[in-house]
Write a protein that binds this ligand. Sequence first.
Ligand code: ZN
Length: 180
Amino acid sequence: MRTLVAIHLIAGTAIVAGCNSAPTGQSTAVAPAAGAPAETPTVAMNTTINKSDEEWRKTLTPEQYRILRQKGTERAFTGKYWNTKDEGLYRCAGCGEVLFESDTKYDSGCGWPSFYAPASKTVIAETEDNSHFMQRIEVLCAKCGGHLGHVFEDGPQPTGLRYCINSASLNFEPKKAEEK
Ligand SMILES: [Zn+2]
């Protein structure tokens, strides 16, 4: 048991060092929150963009490819948008779909862009991710299947959710100054 705990700690801190760390220091695994509405954890994906691996390699930067197509994770506090507070839209870096809007972005302190809700429920797909000795819910772009990050149940109201998203999976489009 001691060995298992040690492995778990290493996985949590070194390998992923990732979206798993809640701001409160809460530990890794996502357990169904008590009293949370009984929702199915998996949302079907209806991918409409099917590019070959070679095509993705050509159109994405190496970092975007590593994260979107190989389910990578950028290091905390290193991405472009973790501290962005400007108004605008966050589009999928793979296909351009609007995934999140700035008014649902909040400062979770975790080092990745965090949102309490997606732009709409249909743009996001979810699937169980049991890698790295953790049970997490992976979040993907429903249109192109690109890996975005994970969703946790420690977010603020009204949803109580925290969509912890890699900056590299997003392209921010600032709201135009002339729009009033
Ligand atoms: Zn996409």
